[in-house]
Structures are given as C-alpha cells and as structure tokens.
Design a protein around this ligand. Structure first.
Ligand SMILES: *[C@@H]1O[C@H](CO)[C@@H](O)[C@H](O)[C@H]1NC(C)=O
Ligand SMILES: *[C@@H]1O[C@H](CO)[C@@H](O)[C@H](O)[C@H]1NC(C)=O
Ligand SMILES: *[C@@H]1O[C@H](CO)[C@@H](O)[C@H](O)[C@H]1NC(C)=O
Ligand SMILES: *[C@@H]1O[C@H](CO)[C@@H](O)[C@H](O)[C@H]1NC(C)=O
Ligand SMILES: *[C@@H]1O[C@H](CO)[C@@H](O)[C@H](O)[C@H]1NC(C)=O
Length: 472
C-alpha cells in the first residue's frame, strides 16, 4: 500500500445523483442476502469495466485491493450460496498466485509491501476455511498451498531481519522504497493472523511458534501496547523503532484481533489469547464504533472528513470479515459482536443511496455522502454478507435461511480438504534475495520518488478513464 492522497478521488467521483437507499432488516436473512447481492453486482461491474481487464485479478492503479475483493466475494458465496462470481474469483486468485504459489509475481514484486501480499494470502486462507472449491484446472495450486507459499516468504523475511528493532516485518520489501525503513502494525498483524490461521487449519506447530513470535515481538515494540490495547500505525528503523505514528485504523486492530481469535479457538481458550481478544475488542468498540455515530463501524481517521484514500475505503470491509470470524471462533463474544455488525449493515444500507444504489463511505450517516467507487461497494458487500454470521451463531434464526452446513472457519480435521503443500514461496526459486541493510543514498530516494510518481500517475490516469468512460 502506498500513501496516495484521495481528496481528489472523492471530488472526482462525487455525484449529486441520489436514489432510494438499500433497506436492510438485519433480523431477516433474505434482506441481508439481497443487499449483498446488490453490492456484489455493482462491485463486479466496476471490476468487469476496468481498464486492466485483460489481466485477471489486477485492479487499475492498485494491486492489493483485488485480494480483499476476492475475499469478500468468497464470503458472499459462503453465506448466500450464490456462486455466479466464483469463476472470476478462481481465475483472478490463481493467476495472481503466480509460479511460486505466493502472490509475489515479477510484475509487481518490486513495488509491494508485505501488507499487499498478505491480503492475498489471507484471501486464499479464507477460501480454504470456507471450503471455496479449489481450482480444478490441472497443475493449479490449492488455496491452502497459496497461503503456505506466501507464509514462507514472510517467514524468510522475518528470519533474515531479526536485528533491526529486534525483529518485525518491514512495511516495504524493496530497499529502494522509503517504507523499507519502517516496521508497521498491519504487516506484522496480518502475518501474525496468517500464521495463526495456518496453525489452526493444519495443526502444524511451526505456524503456532511463528504466531507467538510475531505477537510477542509486537507487544514489546512501540507498535502495540498490551496494557492499554492501543495500536500505533508505524515506526522507523532509522529512529531505532522508538518513534511512532499514532493514526488509528480499523485494520491494524482487526488483524491482531482475528489472529488472536484463531489462536484462542485452537488452544481451547488459552488465557493469553482470551485476554488479547477481550482487550482488542474493547479498543475496537471504543474507537471505531463511537456512540455519537450510533455504534456504527466508522473509519474514524477519514470517514467523517471524507478523506479516506482507496486503501482506507477497504478497511471497514476487512474489519467486518474479521469481526464475523471472531464471532464464530470466540462464541462468548458473539453476543457483543453481532449487534454491532447488524447496526452497521442497516446503516451501510442507508448510505447506499447514490445513483443505482451506489454506496458512500459514511455509514453512520443516512444522507448519501456523494462518493462512489469499487472500494465503497466492496466494504458494503462485506458488511452485508458477513452479518449473515448471526444465523450461524446464537444470534438468531431467520425463516427459510439455512447457514452453510460447515460455517467454519473449518480446519483439516473438520471438513477442510484443501491440499497442504508447505514448500511454496520464493525460497523454492532463486528470485528472492534477503534484504541487506544499506544506507539510503540520495539516488535511491530519487528512485523511490520516481516510482511513486509513476504509480500515482497511472492511478490517476486509471481514475480519469473511469470518469471519462462514464461508468459513474
Ligand atoms: C504481467 O504483465 C503481463 C503484461 O502486461 C500480463 O500479460 C500478465 O498477465 C501479468 N501477470 C500478472 C500475474 O498480473
Ligand atoms: C510445518 O511447517 C513448516 C514451516 O512451513 C514446514 O517446514 C514443515 O514441512 C511443515 N510440516 C508438515 C508436516 O507439513
Ligand atoms: C503483555 O506482554 C508482556 C510481554 O511483553 C507479557 O509479559 C504480559 O503478560 C502481557 N500482558 C497481557 C495483559 O497480556
Ligand atoms: C471454536 O470455534 C468453533 C466454531 O468454528 C466453536 O464451535 C467452538 O466452540 C470454538 N472453540 C472454543 C474453545 O471456543
Ligand atoms: C473437497 O470436497 C469437495 C466437496 O465438499 C469436493 O468437491 C472436492 O473435490 C474436494 N477436494 C479435494 C482436494 O479432495
């Protein structure tokens, strides 16, 4: 992910047209399914109309977001049974999985952060846990193998870089990008979560050990305070990891929260993970479900002032998925989680009152905020689909709706049959060179600036195309 300002995006895309909202009755499964169907259709329309549509799984101007997009479409299939988008999910995920089964193909690898690659790996994990059919084409990797191959890359990067700041994954992977000097919460939270999920699915102790290592490093760093359950966004190696950026983002909390929920579940409720889930949920409720917004999920750093960039617009969607999983894995928390998901789903429906039921970002407001885009649609899709978890927990029942027979997340011991292959990733090829600590020279900085400029320019060109193309 990259720091691209999105004020322009909101302005470019703002449209005065409004229509009736999506009316959601969260006690009624058909109502949630129908809302999810509307948001799925409009996000897929954006996907099908994109400029880069000849490349399966590649969004215009951003690569990571499609990993989240496919995750939400898998959730959609899982909770509603509607399989009409399964083929594009399979095609895009398999294509981007690449020759080393790790979502790190040479097209993008020089520009990626660990977090970018992690969202795809977590998407593959979701496919395995929700029993999304594996790609049946000969030679295709299983979803589990893609998650394991990616894991190996992260584990390698962790292992060769234990000295700077006593550990932790960096934000960017390539030394020429300025984020190479940073260690950030999401890169480590999402790696922790991936390790926890692989442990629960496979039972392999190596994954548990890594999950423990990443969590323990995080709570001793400035990133994550396990007394106050406050998570900072980022810290710099050049500052010896003593500085911190304290921007508050849902996904930083959600990545560690869901990981702790998987560990809690697999360890039969070990105290370490129980207190982690409870502590983090307390912060999530206090920070991202403000009572002044009627307890509706809010990206508090940018929703109220409408400055969320494309990345940030996806975070509420990720959080909805992770809260839904936590409600399954930590049943004692379902009664707290489900009403918040339900309130957010109802509120998001009210915000989907742009032309053609396009959704804005300010779920807490019943007045359409005038923004639209695939990211808003994706996050709305996620909250509608993932709130159906209520019918698979003690949250209630709905006439005519049968939750998936194995609502999961499943494991290899209880219905999961995605084939294990613990040996994928770059270490199986020769491509990946462990990063070496090199001082950043003036020339490197200029290189990074040029790369960033190219990236932003193509992104803007892509957005301009969307506008000129008359899609919105
Ligand atoms: C890499 O780029 C080439 C050329 O645009 C494209 O044909 C190919 O599909 C891309 N691969 C991936 C994994 O995106
Ligand atoms: C367990 O995971 C480790 C780390 O990826 C791997 O080296 C090992 O082969 C795995 N063991 C089994 C039995 O799959
Ligand atoms: C916080 O983390 C430290 C390790 O850095 C550990 O000793 C302590 O028990 C943790 N506290 C809680 C409440 O989990
Ligand atoms: C683990 O999750 C399953 C649902 O996926 C649930 O039935 C079970 O009670 C959970 N285990 C614990 C220890 O809470
Ligand atoms: C996994 O189970 C599904 C049915 O639930 C089946 O269609 C599929 O072929 C199985 N996959 C493997 C790899 O055995």
């Amino acid at each position: 992910m990259r720091l691209i300002t999105s004020v322009l995006l909101a302005q470019l895309l703002s449209t005065p047209l409004v229509s009736a909202a999506i009316t959601v009755n969260a006690q009624n499964a058909d109502s949630l399914k129908s809302a999810a169907k509307t948001a799925a259709a409009s996000s897929v329309k954006f996907y099908n109309d994109r400029a880069s549509k000849l490349i399966p799984g590649k969004f215009d101007g951003t690569w990571w977001e499609a990993g989240a997009f496919f995750t939400f479409l898998i959730n959609y299939w899982h909770w509603t049974g509607d399989d009409q988008y399964n083929d594009i999910v399979t095609e895009g995920m398999s294509w981007q999985g690449g020759p080393n089964n790790d979502f790190f193909t040479s097209n993008y690898s020089s520009y990626l952060g660990n977090d970018d690659q992690e969202f795809w790996a977590l998407g593959a994990m979701t496919a395995a846990e929700q029993k999304f059919p594996d790609n049946s084409a000969p030679g295709s990797a299983s979803w589990l193998a893609l998650a394991q191959g990616s894991y190996n890359d992260f584990a390698d990067r962790w292992n060769v870089d234990k000295e700077s700041c006593k550990g932790g994954l960096r934000w960017q992977i390539s030394p020429i990008l300025s984020g190479y000097d940073a260690k950030n919460a999401i890169s480590n939270g999402a790696f922790f979560q991936l390790a926890a999920r692989l442990y629960r699915y496979t039972g392999n102790q190596s994954y548990a050990d890594m999950a423990e290592t990443v969590w323990d490093w995080s709570v001793q760093s400035v990133l994550f305070d396990n007394q106050t359950w406050f998570i900072n966004d980022l810290t710099h190696i050049s500052e010896n990891c003593q500085d911190k950026s304290d921007m508050q983002w849902t996904y930083n909390y959600g990545s560690y929260l869901a990981g702790a929920a998987f560990m809690y579940n697999k360890t039969n409720g070990a105290t370490k993970w129980k207190s982690g889930v409870e502590g983090l949920l307390g912060s999530v409720w206090a920070t991202f479900f403000p009572s002044k917004y009627d307890n509706v999920l809010t990206e508090v750093a940018c929703d109220p002032i409408k400055t969320c960039n494309r990345d940030q617009l996806c975070f509420k969607g990720l959080m909805a998925d992770w809260l839904s999983k936590t409600a399954m894995l930590v049943p004692e928390q379902a009664a707290a989680i489900i009403p918040k998901l339900q309130a957010s789903a109802v509120a998001a429906g009210k915000q989907c009152s742009g032309s053609g039921n396009q959704c804005g970002m300010q779920w807490y407001s019943s007045t359409y905020d005038g923004t639209s885009g695939i990211e808003q649609e994706m996050s709305a899709l996620s909250i509608f689909a993932n709130t159906l978890v209520s019918f698979a927990t003690n949250g209630g029942s709905s006439p005519g709706y049968t939750p998936p027979s194995m609502p999961g997340p499943v494991t290899a011991d209880d219905g999961g049959n995605s084939t294990s292959n613990p040996s994928g990733g770059q270490s199986s090829g020769d491509e990946y060179q462990p990063p070496k600590q090199t001082p950043i020279t003036g020339g490197d900085r200029a290189g990074a600036a040029i790369l960033t400029l190219l990236f932003s320019t193509s992104w803007l060109a892509g957005m301009a195309w969307l506008v000129v193309g008359g899609i919105i």
